[in-house]
Structures are given as C-alpha cells and as structure tokens.
Design a protein around this ligand. Structure first.
Ligand code: 5RP
Length: 222
C-alpha cells in the first residue's frame, strides 16, 4: 500500500470511531495536514449529524467550510469531545512531534480542550525515540535569533524555516539533530525560553488513541 492509501485507511477508521458518538450539538476539533485533510473529506458526508468544527489552521478551516461544515471559535465551543489530527512522529507512549505544517500552536490549543485526542498516522510516523523529524518551534519574530542560540545550548541544530509565517504571524525554527530522551521535560524546557510561542512536542498532553495505518491493517493503540 502507498502512504496515501494508509492515510486514507486511518481517516476512514477515525470516522468509524467517532460516528456512533456524534450528536446534533457535537463540535469536533480538527487538525491540519494531509491525513487530517482526508479525514475532513470523509467527514463531509456526516455533516448533518453534528453541529460543526473548530479548526486548528486557516487551511483546515477553508477545507471544512468548502464541505459546508460550520466553523466555530474555540472560545465559543469551550471544549470538544474529540480532536482528530495527524503527527510527524509518534512513540509508544502516544507522545508526538507535530508542526511539520506549521500549525502547532493552534493544534496544541485545540488538543488541550479535547476530551479525546485521536491521532491518525501511517506507519512511517511510528518511532522508538522522538527526534529524527526536526522539532518545530514557533517563535515571536524578534526573538528568533535569541531562541536559536538557546536551542544550540540545548544541543539542537536550529534552522529558520524561510518564507513561512504561521497563522499567528510568527516564525518557525526547526531543530535538527535533536533526539529527545524525556519528551515531557523537554517540552517544558523549550516552553520556558523567552520568545517561544509553542514547541512541537505533544508530550504532556499526548494522544489518547493512535490509529496507525500499516500493511496489515489499521492498528488501534491506547
Ligand atoms: C501540521 C501537523 C501535521 O499533523 C503533521 O505535519 C502531519 O502531517 P501529515 O498528515 O501531512 O503527514 O502537525 O502542523
């Protein structure tokens, strides 16, 4: 199976997972990326079975709107029963690196307000140890060089993601050569650097369920 077929399979399984739990007043949290896009496209057929969605990016908002799914502000929704999103890496504890699509801040905020985070990913995303994928860090633009110097002190090789402005008007630094032994501690350590808005470690609040697309079928990991 191709990676795209595996992404399709996990998107379909995620629909099966949430469909019996949808109510007319349900507002879903929706992630960002090519796997989340596949989920959104399948969600369109259920749009009359729930109230709407909170999007984690302008791109996902546009896709949801295009399918006629009503959008809500998170402040209006309060909390969401499910947040469905992809990942760049995920380990056995369902801790993740996210932000390859630069949407990490809003993703982390919506995930924080979710009763259940359902991670949907193809098998290439499963890792023993987080860090092969360069860890994204969203920074306030004027702090970029300072934050990069602090990241070097922590052992990373920081690279400014040229030409990318996040939905929040900020910039992204990707941390190369940065293997992570203690994701919860590192997430907190990075958050403490002045000028960091968010880092792409989703460890303190990881996923609750991982739907992993493999050649043998979709694995459901808790
Ligand atoms: C965007 C993300 C995505 O969830 C992550 O990059 C995975 O994307 P894809 O489903 O396209 O592989 O964190 O900021």
């Amino acid at each position: 199976m191709t990676q795209d077929e595996l992404k399709d399979a996990v998107a379909a399984t995620a629909i099966d997972e949430i469909r019996p739990r949808l109510e007319r007043d349900t507002i879903l949290g929706i992630g960002t990326g090519s796997t989340a896009d596949r989920f959104i496209d399948r969600l369109a057929a259920l749009r009359h079975d729930f109230r709407g969605a909170v999007a984690s990016s302008d791109a996902s908002a546009a896709r949801l709107r295009g399918h006629g799914i009503e959008l809500f502000e998170l402040n209006e929704a309060g909390s969401v029963p499910f947040y469905i999103d992809g990942a760049d890496e995920v380990n056995a504890h369902l801790q993740m690196i996210k932000g390859g699509g630069a949407a990490l801040t809003r993703e982390k905020i919506v995930a924080a307000c979710a009763e259940r985070f359902i991670c949907i990913a193809d098998a290439s995303k499963r890792v023993e140890r987080l860090g092969h994928f360069p860890l994204p860090v969203e920074v306030i633009p004027m702090a970029r060089s300072y934050v990069a110097r602090e990241l070097v002190k922590l052992g990373a090789d920081p690279v400014y993601r040229q030409g990318v402005v996040t939905d929040n008007g900020n910039q992204i630094i990707d941390c190369f050569e940065f293997m992570i032994d203690d994701p919860v501690a590192m997430e907190a350590r990075l958050n403490a650097i002045v000028g960091v808005v968010t880092n792409g470690l989703f460890a303190a609040r990881g996923a609750d369920v991982l739907l992993l697309g493999t050649e043998q079928g979709v694995e459901r990991l808790l």
